[in-house]
Design a protein around this ligand. Structure first.
Ligand code: MRU
Length: 366
């Protein structure tokens, strides 16, 4: 997608790193958005682990791509089996909830360990690039399936279609295009009049900081709302459809996504508002069927709840405490929306009710 008219992906290899004079990886530092657009260079696996932990890169598909490039950086330094397995372990434990991370690390390990050591480094960069290209193609396809679903909704209205989204499942959460925002970009580009309600998404404010920034860059009409406003808007007919992303989806269609998604699904169910998750198939964990019991939920630092950071009137970045000194805070970062509350799942292979994922994947063309 474009930033000030220039095309960017969220992650890309760059020549000239410090390790063996070989490649390094460039990322967009998402902790600086929406106030500053800054890119960073990462030249070792510890740097990539840190970028994932601190959420300089975040969003399930991008975490997978970053982990793949983390493995390539590890192979630059030492392509022996013990070193690669150690790098895989460090990456796997950097954030627990998004299954894309484990998927990408496993795929890299499988490819690399099957090769002689001398071929692993070059192959690692090729495989990481392939994972990124596949992510872009998947997300474009999700956009087209989503557009086909949104078009008839929009055509029955004499006003713009109102779509609500939670967190950031746009291009910043992927390599390009996004998942939940891909149908929105496709619909906007196809000329469908639409407007997006953007949940702020406390405590990290991915909606307010990242989704709003992305939509603004692309010229999509949007309004940022507090996390508590969605139910009220649904009760008053101001939301036609909800589209969210996902960090892990079970074979039975339970959707794990950013904390607060479940509450929006409950409100949508009560108000008969269609509720969709946009899900690349690498985000489906076929080994799980009970999302509530089986999906590990990341517990992040309570300070993310206790403090807020933003830009002051003089342009400086300031962090302020928003809860009383001495009050405890807790920060579960994801929740699980049971399949029964979802209308459908939009994948690159098509759209289906949540309980029919397996059948759809079997019957659709890859
Ligand atoms: O904690 P984050 O910002 O990594 O969480 C991201 C989300 O929950 C997204 O909605 C999800 O990863 C889908 S991204 C395409």
């Amino acid at each position: 997608m474009k930033v000030a008219g220039e095309h960017y992906r969220t992650i890309w290899p760059e020549a000239g790193g410090q390790v063996n004079g070989s490649q390094m990886v460039a990322i967009i530092d998402q902790t600086q958005l929406p106030h500053r657009f800054q890119t960073l260079r990462v030249d070792n696996v510890a740097g990539m682990v840190n970028a994932i932990k601190t959420m300089q890169v975040r969003g399930a598909p991008l975490i997978g791509a970053a982990a793949a490039y983390g493995m390539a950086l590890a192979a630059n330094a030492d392509a022996g089996e013990p070193a690669l397995k150690q790098a895989a372990h460090e990456l796997l434990t950097s954030r627990p909830t998004a299954v894309n991370l484990a998927w990408a690390v496993d795929r890299m390990l499988q490819v690399l360990l099957a090769l002689p050591e001398s071929e692993r480094s070059a192959s690692a960069w090729r495989e990481a690039a392939a994972i990124c290209d596949e992510d872009v193609a998947i997300n474009q396809a999700i956009g087209q399936h989503g557009l086909a679903m949104l078009r008839p909704m929009a055509e029955t209205l004499k006003r713009p279609l109102n779509i609500l989204t939670h967190c950031n499942a746009g291009w910043l959460a992927t390599v390009d295009w996004g998942t939940a925002l891909s149908p929105i970009y496709a619909a906007h580009d196809a000329g469908l009049p639409l407007h997006v309600w953007v949940d702020e998404t406390r405590p990290r404010n991915q909606g307010a900081s990242l989704t709003a920034w992305e939509l603004q860059q692309h010229g999509v009409p949007h309004t940022v709302i507090s996390d508590n406003a969605g139910g009220h808007l649904m009760q008053h007919g101001q939301v036609d459809c909800v589209i969210v992303g996902a960090d892990r989806v079970t074979a039975s269609g339970d959707v794990c996504n950013k904390i607060g998604t479940y509450l929006k699904a409950l409100a949508a169910f009560d108000n008969r508002v269609p509720f969709y998750a946009a899900v690349p198939t690498p985000t489906i964990d076929w080994s799980m069927t009970d999302g509530l019991r089986e999906i590990p939920i990341e517990e992040r630092d309570a300070d993310e709840v206790a403090y807020m950071t933003g830009m002051a009137a003089d342009g400086s970045m300031q962090t302020v405490r928003v809860i009383p000194a001495g009050s405890a805070a807790a920060n579960p970062a994801f929740d699980v929306t049971p399949a029964r509350l979802m209308t459908g799942i939009i994948t690159e292979r098509g759209i289906c009710p949540p309980g029919e994922l397996q059948r759809m994947i079997k019957e659709s063309n890859p």
